[in-house]
Design a protein around this ligand. Sequence first.
Ligand SMILES: NC(=O)CC[C@H](N)C(=O)O
Length: 422
Amino acid sequence: MTSSTSTDPAVLVLEDGTVARGTAYGARGTTVGEIVFSTGMTGYQETLTDPSYHRQIVVMTAPHVGNTGVNDDDPESHRIWVAGYVLRDPARRTSSWRSRGDLADELAEQGVVGIAEVDTRFLTRHLRELGVMRAGIFSGDDLVRDGVERDVAELVAEVRAAPPMAGADLAREVTTAEAYTVEPRGLAEGSDPVATVVAVDLGIKTMTPVRLAERGVRVHVVPQSTTVDEVAALLPTDAPAGVFFSNGPGDPSAATAEIDLLRGVLDRRIPFFGICFGNQLLGRALGYGTYKLAYGHRGINQPVMDRTTGKVEVTAQNHGFAVDAPLDSVSTAPYDDERADDVRYGRVIVSHVGLNDQVVEGLTALDLPAFSVQYHPEAAAGPHDSAYLFDRFVDLMTTREPVTVPASALALLADGSGEKEN
Ligand SMILES: NC(=O)CC[C@H](N)C(=O)O
């Protein structure tokens, strides 16, 4: 039986000079990144392997982590992406019929530096009050040299030398090297797919194309560097087809190549659905701004209202940036001013709103077949309330018409009272 616990010292240092001492967990060494907290009580393997966490050190607010070990079914990509892992109380023994190993061993094998036995409640409150920031975890020879622990000031300097998340263009670092296809499931022998989708991999999670394939959709997952002509060449012109932009790491304001690609898609009136990073990129392609939230939303119980139906869903989220678009009115895509008449993007609404803090959680174009949400309908991990969004995308591809927004829902926005609905 392996044991996750160690007594080797490790130190977590924040860029503001805050220091937390604990024990080494996973690989020994140094890691620096942006420190963020995740409130999910389940799904640690899905969190660790979500490419959106590239260059982020994740603090788990759930105190007890590692209980079910690691298995080969739950990873959402081919590797662990978090830059570091911060825990309160690691499981001393793993116990699950699916487990094939111990979480600490897995982190060590993949070279991911972690720290355990840290006061994660204090850390989370600190980040909630001051906002996320850069941090580093130091252990092993990188912490103790010739029997002496390194000076904290030296460690803080190392943290402050790390690049900030704002301005980071990272999707190209996590995207697939080669295109691949996820075939539709459950179709009768010989029947055509319900639709064909090109999914641009900006950090896609494994379950996302699967959710489309479960609806009979064929999904071509392509690298971030794919051009709009290459995208169009993969799509049938005489059958339902669309483009999907995935979640992904980094700052949407730095994703110039992706925004250009998306404008090419919108100009051709190809039905579009984006999630998370994809929502931020739709926002930017339409001409809205994005901004960095103080501490973001990361967890699996974030309430959101779909204003097109008035329904509230509980969602899985992982984002540090958000779209800046008018919450309570129908607006015209700001980028329209620079466009020829035949490629105007037209009217847009904030179709989904976060109920904790009124952050934009989704956009719907009224004159284009395009919509997006800031969260994770693939629900890996998380509740399945948002599965309807994949059906909405299939409808969009079938009709090639904008999402139908009932007049009653639009009226609430037109008179500026959308927020009162909450
Ligand atoms: N999960 C995501 O796609 C995250 C998007 C973006 N990197 C953010 O932090 O907001």
